[in-house]
Design a protein around this ligand. Structure first.
Ligand code: BES
Ligand code: ZN
Length: 613
């Protein structure tokens, strides 16, 4: 009987319960492969039914051998089914009795096509003298790194034994090294809490480390370590305390993270005990720390309480943005939370316009049957999800009434998975005894969950920190419309502004008509946006450059897009460059395609309409 709810896996996770995962593998930097074995402790998931068939996800893997309780058994790898990959079938010679725990060991190697792992040459690192590798498994790339039940609905405690000639980080607590041989060591990690496959991570390179709090260490290449320590040490423990006061005690013992080389495709990735982060966070002035608040918040929403499939991804990301902004609110003040929400609303509008307001992927709950979760990825689950929670908070009576629900929710669902029904029922379970079910009844649940486009309720945010941005933007627009010379704009206009305020200013301008080119030039002379140390600012400015077709700065734009692989910046830049100069966009992409992570390169290729390999 098939009760599969997750359309993004071919595994029969509803038949096979996994008790433990041991990844016992070696990194080969020369061949750019990971090879070894994964060993599962498995059991029938069905009461009193023996286990007779095991199906795991694989993608571009070379499966070499399978054994069950140390006896070799036959296996079959199906034809590839597009992004779902190849199902691996193991049929035990004798069904495994219902209560028995068996050891399933699969020897394998990754291949050149592996979508999860990126290998970097020494020249692609800061130090320039050692290679580097890292994985990115979310959403469904874990299957290209190891055979697994690649669904977030399955959570398994893990042990990682990774041999490498360079230091290794993985998604667990480091337990030392052993077995020195041929210039390499085995690095050992334990993850006692059950984690879904998408949170498995491995990274290896020339790493230095520095403490950034009593429970936190940052890792990065040696030349970068001082800057990283400065960027995060001020906030890390404060974030952790604020998050704990909103939710439950931190369950993962330590919060450590790695600042990666620039091709890392995301802002951050919440791998347990080993968040991966983009180096674009290092602005020198701590202005991007909210990304770490976000990844830390995933320690509760996502890692402890996990969306059961990628169709309800908003329960991971919307809830995390909500917590991230609560943390920022607690530390910097409520006005900052409100300000971040305003920025988010703008991003939501832009994303809905890009997909089109009737598009399936503008819904909070999406149908991923036959669809690649990477294609569905956007800011919509983040910001529509945030606004949904913000609205529930308002309807129920504000933060003091709503916040205690958060600790109830994380306690109730810790170490398990959720969907929208469980979430809604939990709200009623908590608020009904408080006499607040009428408030919940007034929410249009169906519209929030299933209607496409912008949210059914337009939120109200405090604009105190945004008003200056709107005012200055207005002066620019009016001045440009009246064809005045732009010479009157001066550095002083933005004196004391935060990076966020500059970002909002640029976002507002981007929403208006294209600016005259002398205005684009004058903006850079007055405010020096093009060489901002904060990539949030330079990329936003470059969007205006491209929208206004200001050719003298195309070279800067193209150089920048070849230095940073974070998709949040790279994809919109290529989309706009493509509209401005298709030929230049394609030529630039081809020049840098090996620099980008495969996930990023694949999506940009689709965005640019490039079909050949
Ligand atoms: N878990 C996500 C990154 C992700 C999502 C990777 C889906 C692969 C598939 C991470 O927590 C995240 O949301 N990162 C954001 C930063 C955040 C501050 C919004 C990013 O990468 O920009
Ligand atoms: Zn996130």
């Amino acid at each position: 009987m098939k009760i599969s709810l997750d359309p993004s896996t071919q595994s029969n996770y509803y038949d096979v319960a996994i008790q433990h995962l041991l990844l016992d593998a070696e990194i080969d930097f020369d061949k750019e492969l990971l090879f070894g074995a994964v060993e599962y402790k498995i059991q029938s998931a069905r009461i009193s039914q023996p286990l007779s068939h095991i199906i795991l996800d694989t993608s571009y893997l070379d499966v070499k051998a399978v054994s069950l309780n140390d006896t070799s058994v036959p296996f079959r790898v199906d034809e590839r089914r597009d992004f779902l990959g190849n199902a691996l079938h193991v049929v035990p010679p004798m069904p495994i009795p219902a209560v028995d725990v068996a050891t399933l060991r699969i020897s394998f190697s990754t291949t050149k096509e592996c979508t999860a792992i990126q290998f970097l040459d020494p020249q692609q690192t800061i130090g320039g003298n050692a290679p580097y590798m890292f994985s990115q498994c979310q959403a469904i790339h874990a299957r290209s790194m190891l055979p697994c039940q690649d669904t977030p609905s399955v959570k398994v405690p893990c042990t990682f034994h990774i041999r490498s000639k360079l230091p290794v980080i993985a998604s667990g607590i480091p337990c030392g090294t052993c077995d020195f041989r041929d210039d390499s060591l085995v690095y050992m990690f334990e993850q006692p809490l059950g984690i879904p496959s998408y949170l498995i991570s491995i990274l290896s390179g020339d790493l230095a480390s520095s403490s950034v709090g009593p429970r936190s260490t940052v890792y990065t290449e040696p030349d970068n370590i001082v800057a990283c320590k400065f960027e995060f040490e001020h906030d890390m423990e404060n974030f952790m305390k604020a998050a704990e006061s909103l939710t439950t005690p931190y369950a993962w013992t330590r919060y450590d993270f790695v600042v990666l080389p620039p091709s890392f495709p995301y802002g951050g990735m919440e791998n347990p005990n080993a968040t991966f982060a983009t180096p674009t966070l290092i602005a020198g002035d701590r202005s991007n720390v909210s990304v770490i608040a976000h990844e830390l918040a995933h320690s509760w929403s996502g890692n402890l309480v996990t969306n059961e499939s990628w169709q309800c991804f908003w329960l991971n990301e919307g809830m995390t943005v909500f917590l991230e902004r609560k943390i920022i609110g607690r530390i910097q003040g409520e006005k900052h939370r409100q300000f971040d929400a305003i920025i988010g609303w703008g991003e939501l509008k832009e994303a809905v316009e890009l997909f089109g307001k009737d598009h399936e992927f503008t819904k909070l709950i999406v149908d991923l049957d036959g669809k690649d979760p990477d294609d569905a990825f956007s800011t919509i689950p983040y910001e529509k999800g945030f606004n949904f929670l913000y609205e529930i908070e308002r309807v129920i009576g504000g933060p003091t009434v709503f916040e205690p629900f958060l600790s109830f929710y994380f306690r109730k669902f810790a170490n398990s998975t959720v969907n929208e029904t469980k979430f809604k029922n939990a709200l009623y379970e908590y608020f009904k005894p408080l006499g607040l079910s009428n408030a919940l009844d007034s929410i249009d649940w169906d519209a929030w969950f299933y209607a496409p486009g912008m949210p059914p309720v337009i939120p109200k945010f405090d604009t105190t920190l945004a008003d200056n941005c709107y005012k200055l933007a207005d002066v620019w627009v009016t001045s440009a419309k009246s064809s005045q010379s732009p010479d009157h704009f001066k550095q002083d206009d933005i004196k004391g502004w935060s990076a966020g305020q500059l970002s909002l200013f640029l976002d507002v301008l981007f929403e208006t008509d294209a600016f005259p080119q002398n205005y684009i030039a004058a903006m850079d002379s007055a405010y020096s946006f093009s060489n901002s140390k904060n990539a949030e600012i330079s990329f936003r400015y470059f969007k205006l450059v491209l929208k206004s077709r200001y050719k003298p700065l195309y070279k800067l734009v193209v150089d920048q897009v070849g230095k940073v692989g974070r998709m949040k910046f790279v994809r919109p830049t290529y989309r706009l460059l493509n509209q401005a100069d298709h030929e230049l966009a394609v030529r630039t992409f081809k020049k840098y395609s090996n620099f980008y992570h495969k996930i990023c390169a694949g999506l940009v290729k689709k965005d640019l309409g490039i079909t050949e390999n």
